[in-house]
Design a protein around this ligand. Structure first.
Ligand SMILES: [Zn+2]
Length: 509
């Protein structure tokens, strides 16, 4: 068996796509879960892009013990210095530097000739190597580059000390047979290729990201760059759960293994959904809600007789289990602390108190508390960015002959503010009033409610998608009162928009 390294870029490529931005706390939480999942290398961000990105990479570097932490850097000294500053305290720091090698990019984006770009690539790797032994070099837009020139650049990068060379299909253009041939060609042609790991980074524009990555591995690539739920620029990246389960389910054929603890896949996917508010499609492979649902009569009949008739992998193997009852009304603060500890949350007394208060509140109105309830409370309280807007009081009047009216008290940067507004329904009235109080001009693109567990006393999770200045953002709120959940979601989205305004991120790979 040979080992393929899993390089996760959920926090970089995934996070930079519209609607997926995360704050520092959320990124650190996600990184810890990725480490638990067994990811070899976590790309934590692009430190030079913004102060927020820098801080996130720095905090992740200090929080992890096993996984390598990569910081992205263009082939410029300033980027590489900044990346190193952010990752230097990681147990295993990696600098990931890149430059484009396709003629289209050279002419239109970089305005440099081939020789200049080759020199820049080598110089960037040399510079990165002066900080750490673990240097990855990416030839951006590799699949649309002249293969011979690509090989020259890779050779120069390896000569300068790159230990991983990445072949990105930046625009999602290649197809499996062609990509397999490119990887073989690189293996045959680059004279010093045995001194580096070949990596691939595929995009899903034609729905081929996973297939292309698989074809590359079967032809010698030994690192796959991927993301949870396949999130990423445009149509997304290779999805980690798919690539991991391919090698788990077909190891006999592929003779490949990974370090992924497959039983952690489902909870990692759920955590990402909870943080970003973006759900996966029900028919998504491995993590979609229908992925293990066998509805047709013939299938169910077969499954009842023998699981292997229609099931190529079990739900348990990816960690899909029934909802667990966690705690009850009489559970104490200590029990809660212990429960959270086993889930990997090390909390300050202040946060623990907040969670406990909300937990008790919920336990008073709701019979049973499940896994999801607890995780949702934690996401609401601990992972939130420092809020500019806070809800103090909400009072809504509605009914079939009252005009829906909302009276809202808020804090805007610590200043108390209050207003009243009417609308077509209670949620509309509340949203209009909040917009008035905060002076924000965002458009509501999407509004949805789901209940996270069964029963009419379940917590409702409201997701809203807002747009302001062509920036889209998702906000989430959970409460067993739907109007409260809606208001919390709306305010959360406004806070996120504010956070993004201060921490813009710009790059593509
Ligand atoms: Zn990418």
């Amino acid at each position: 068996m040979e080992r393929v390294k899993i390089f996760d870029t959920t926090l970089r490529d995934g996070e930079q796509s519209p609607g997926f931005s995360m704050n520092i706390n959320e990124k650190v939480r996600m990184a810890k879960q990725l480490e638990k999942l067994g990811v070899d290398i976590i790309e934590a961000g692009f430190p030079v892009a913004s102060q927020g990105d820098f801080e996130a990479v720095r905090m992740i570097s200090q929080s992890l013990k096993k996984s390598h932490v990569a910081g992205l850097a263009r082939a410029h000294d300033k980027d590489i210095e900044r990346a190193w500053e952010a990752i230097q305290h990681a147990h295993h720091p990696r600098i990931h530097t890149f430059i484009s090698t396709s003629d289209i990019h050279l002419t239109h984006q970089l305005r440099k000739n081939r020789e200049e770009v080759l020199q820049m690539a080598a110089a960037a790797v040399t510079k990165a190597k002066s900080y750490t032994d673990d240097v990855e070099f990416s030839a951006m837009d590799a699949t649309r580059s002249d293969p011979d020139y690509l090989c020259q650049v890779l050779e120069a990068a390896i000569e300068a000390g790159a230990t991983t060379v990445n072949i990105p299909d930046t625009v999602g253009y290649t197809i499996p047979v062609e990509f397999a041939e490119l990887i073989s060609y690189i293996k045959r042609t680059v004279p010093n290729i045995d001194r580096a790991v070949i990596s691939v980074h595929c995009h899903n524009d034609l729905g081929l990201a996973t297939a292309n990555s698989l074809a590359a591995v079967l032809n010698g690539a030994r690192q796959v760059e991927c993301t949870i739920n396949g999130i990423g620029e445009r149509a997304g990246n290779t999805s980690l759960e798919e690539i991991a389960m391919i090698f788990y389910t077909r190891k006999e054929y592929a003779q490949i293994e990974t370090s992924i603890t497959t039983q952690e896949i489902y909870s990692t996917s759920k955590l990402l959904t909870r943080i970003t508010g973006v759900r996966v499609q029900p028919n998504k492979a491995i993590v979609g809600s229908n992925a293990f649902a066998h509805e047709s009569g013939i299938h169910t009949d077969g499954l009842l007789k023998d699981k292997n008739t229609y099931e190529i992998m079990t739900p348990e193997s990816v960690g899909v289990t029934k909802s667990n009852l966690v705690m009850g009304k009489h559970s104490g603060r200590h029990a809660l602390k212990e429960e959270l500890k086993t889930r990997g949350y090390e909390l300050s007394e202040e946060n623990l108190n907040k969670i406990f208060t909300r937990f008790k509140e919920l336990a008073d109105t709701k019979k049973d508390l499940y896994d999801e309830d607890l995780e949702t409370i934690v996401a609401e309280i601990v992972l939130r960015a420092p809020d500019r807007y806070k809800l103090i009081n909400l009072n809504v009047v509605t009914g079939n002959f009252a005009i829906p009216t909302a009276t809202i008290q808020m804090e805007v940067e610590g200043e108390p503010k209050k207003d009243v507004g009417m609308g077509d329904g209670p949620v509309d009235a509340a949203f209009k009033t909040i917009a008035k109080i905060t002076g924000t001009k965002s458009t509501l693109l999407k509004y949805s409610v789901e209940s996270i567990t069964g029963g009419t006393d379940a917590q409702g999770v409201v997701t809203v998608r807002l747009e302001e200045n062509s920036q889209q953002i998702v906000g989430r709120g959970a409460h067993n009162d739907i109007i409260m959940a809606s208001v919390l979601a709306y305010i959360n989205a406004l806070n996120r928009l504010e956070y993004i305004k201060q921490n813009p991120i710009k790059t593509r790979l």
